[in-house]
Design a protein around this ligand. Structure first.
Ligand code: PGA
Length: 253
């Protein structure tokens, strides 16, 4: 059975003390999770080592990276590799976040390389994708999303999908306070699962967790997460406050 996941994307927020304070609070607040639920935070890479250390004393708080380079090592100033993540006990990574696509020019073909590099290192991929406002308005959003999946992920073997989580994030809903309606989220998640089914079959498609991201808050999480094809959320702004993040975690059940 696929798992429900709530993952916090801290983006480029929080200094050392703030990051440690938030992690300690989360560790203190998080209760035993049922078997089918996961909770993760994705701090800036400079905080990974200390957050992993604090989280290791928790009841299941996982830690993921926000990005990684496709090469194993080399002359890529400022970058971090999958091997480095792995060496700090980080076993998941966000790839393809819309901010990486928009500001750092990451496209589907580069992301395909990053996906391969992560999986080769045994790192789970949380692949982020979604349409921009103009694409929704001119009704190309289903095609855009299909291409983002096909070009970066559909070279994978069916067996590799047990290390891939999808995070559908309509760009117009990220950080804007304007969330997709539960019906819009369900409609796109069902589309994503049907595209997966067409290529990989029902068993594989049914096993993949598809998270929704974009202005998920304590007051809308329950309704969004209750949609049949929404398996949790990727949370930006609301992941920076223990109370809000834990309320969203509680909305998983
Ligand atoms: P938001 O960000 O929750 O602040 O909209 C979500 C994301 O970018 O992952």
């Amino acid at each position: 059975m696929r798992k429900k996941i709530v993952a916090g994307n801290w983006k480029m927020n929080l200094d050392k003390n703030q990051a440690l304070a938030l992690t300690n609070d989360l560790v203190d607040t998080l209760c035993d999770l049922p078997e089918h639920q996961r909770v993760m935070v994705c701090p800036p890479s400079i905080h990974l080592s200390s957050v992993v250390e604090v989280a290791s004393g928790s009841k299941g708080l996982e830690v993921g990276g926000q990005n990684m380079h496709q090469a194993r090592s080399g002359a890529y100033t400022g970058e971090i590799s999958g091997a480095m993540l792995k060496s700090y006990g980080v076993n998941s990574v966000l790839l393809g976040h819309s901010e990486r696509r928009a500001y750092f020019h990451e496209d589907n073909s580069l992301l395909r390389e990053k996906v391969d590099a992560a999986l080769a290192m045994g790192i789970e991929v949380i692949y982020c994708f979604g349409e921009i406002l103009e694409e929704r308005e001119n009704e190309t959003h289903f095609d855009v999303v299909s291409s983002q999946l096909q070009e970066a992920l559909f070279h994978l073997e069916a067996s590799q999908w047990n290390r891939v989580v999808l995070a559908y994030e309509p760009v117009w809903a990220i950080g804007t306070g304007r969330t997709a309606s539960p019906e819009q989220a369900q409609e796109m998640h069902a589309h994503i699962r049907s595209v997966l089914t067409d290529t990989y079959g029902t068993e594989c498609a049914d096993g993949v967790s598809i998270l929704y991201g974009g202005s998920v808050k304590p007051d809308n999480a329950k309704e969004i997460f209750s949609q049949p094809d929404v398996d949790g959320g990727l949370i930006g702004g609301a992941s920076l406050k223990t109370e809000d993040f834990m309320a969203i975690v509680a909305a998983m059940s």
